[in-house]
Design a protein around this ligand. Structure first.
Ligand SMILES: [Zn+2]
Length: 94
């Protein structure tokens, strides 16, 4: 999907519509919470004899829901814009 580089949308700091510059947001991986409740439970259940607990298939997804970072050209406030459908990739047109 192609996205124009300049988008006119509402800026909450200027309280009116302003021109925004679009940037792609790089996805960060989830941090590993080793002591989270689910992880502790999994460790307890998989320890010792007869330790196998039903394994879930984890399919690799082809597409993701993408985000675009919009920066106001007047005040420089940044906001994220979500695109509701998942896509393989997005491009910012120049
Ligand atoms: Zn602004």
């Amino acid at each position: 999907m192609k996205i124009p580089e300049k988008i006119k949308t509402y800026c909450s700091k200027c309280r009116k519509h302003q021109e925004h510059r679009a940037k792609q947001v790089r996805e960060r991986g989830r941090s590993d919470r080793g002591m989270a409740k689910g992880n502790r439970k999994h460790r307890r259940r998989t320890s010792g004899y007869k330790s196998r607990v039903g394994e879930k298939a984890n399919p690799v997804k082809q597409s993701k829901k993408r985000k675009v970072l919009l920066e106001c050209s007047e005040c420089g406030k940044k906001q994220e814009k979500n695109y509701p459908r998942s896509r393989k990739k997005i491009e910012i047109e120049r």
